[in-house]
Design a protein. Structure first.
Length: 319
């Protein structure tokens, strides 16, 4: 249960947010359609197929310290049939969801230990990544679970359920139940439905059940709604203004002395995030909630905290 009046306020704010930020968020709807087009259990080269099918997921399956997509690619290079079997079991709707999540994680850990060359310190197949795979495969049934987003939305609507640290399965079940109740309200909102229809195109999954929109609402609350998201909201508004003034450079790159960029944004504001290789040493996050709630420090964060312009920043990076 939650407070309907709180959700009404959130939806009112979301409607104002939705058109302004659509260009950055529509990659989620595009990622589904792309996955549906290229996913093939029977592919001869399973790794190649998986990487192609998930190439539009951007930061959903990769960020600076969490890279489940790349690890699946490395697992498939080592044992493609084992990974194929992992996904067959994960997508088997005859089995309980909790069992499938647990089995997927256990299989990932087995592969990590069996084929580890000394650099595979974490398999990164947390509930966030696993529910993303499920959502891509069955977007009318599964939500993307992320601890920080679920917690923010549950708190904002004053839900009886709050996710807790350390119990991913319980959190997924509780979050899905909460999202179902909220989705029921979203589906009846004709104004929001028309906004989505006006903005989406043939490259976007039509989201008939509004499951992706419900997940996106949780992201909105976590990042932009109220005081907890003020910094992110102001930063994005400044970036939009910069785009309106004709700025062409919108990339943010993270480098060390030997690596290629691991994150960038294209002209539509969509993340082209691809993480660094899995040889960075032990994962610094001890719990799933810490790992999943990690937010990279971006160029926009830096520019919002210092008194230099983007041109000067780019000069410094080039030195």
């Amino acid at each position: 249960m939650f407070h309907p009046e709180n959700l009404a306020e959130i939806l009112s704010a979301y409607k104002k947010y939705f058109p302004e930020h659509w260009n950055r968020e529509r990659y989620k709807w595009r990622a589904i359609l792309h996955f549906q087009r290229y996913w093939d259990f029977e592919a001869d080269d399973f790794r190649q197929m998986f990487m192609k099918a998930t190439e539009k997921t951007a930061n959903l399956l990769a960020n600076r310290s969490n890279y489940p997509r790349r690890m699946i690619g490395q697992f498939a290079s080592a044992d493609a049939e084992a990974v194929r079997s992992m996904f067959r079991s994960l997508f088997d709707e005859s089995e309980d969801l909790a069992l499938r999540i647990g089995q997927f994680q256990a299989s990932a850990d087995w592969l990590r230990m069996k084929y580890d060359d000394g650099t595979w310190n974490h398999h990164y197949q947390m509930a966030n990544a696993i529910t993303t795979y499920l959502w891509l495969k069955n977007p009318d049934q599964y939500y993307v679970y992320k601890y920080s987003d679920a917690l923010a939305l549950a708190q904002a609507v004053k839900s009886d359920f709050l996710p807790i640290r350390g119990d991913a399965i319980l959190n997924v079940r509780g979050t899905y139940q909460l999202y179902e109740e909220i989705r029921d309200v979203i589906r009846r909102d004709s104004e929001l439905d028309q906004m989505f229809r006006d903005l989406s195109d043939e490259s976007c999954y039509p989201d008939p059940e509004r499951i992706t929109m419900t997940t996106d609402l949780a992201f909105f609350v976590s990042r932009f709604y109220g005081n907890r998201g003020k910094k992110d909201h102001d930063r994005d508004r400044n970036r939009d203004k910069g785009q309106d003034r004709g700025r062409e450079s919108r990339e943010a790159r993270y480098r060390d002395r030997s690596r290629e960029p691991i994150a960038s944004w294209n002209n539509n504001g969509e993340s082209n995030c691809e993480s660094s290789p899995c040889d960075q040493g032990p994962c610094q996050y001890e719990s799933e909630s810490e790992l999943e709630s990690y937010t990279p420090y971006t160029k926009e964060d830096f520019l919002s905290e210092v008194y230099i312009g983007e041109e000067d920043f780019n000069t410094l990076v080039a030195l």
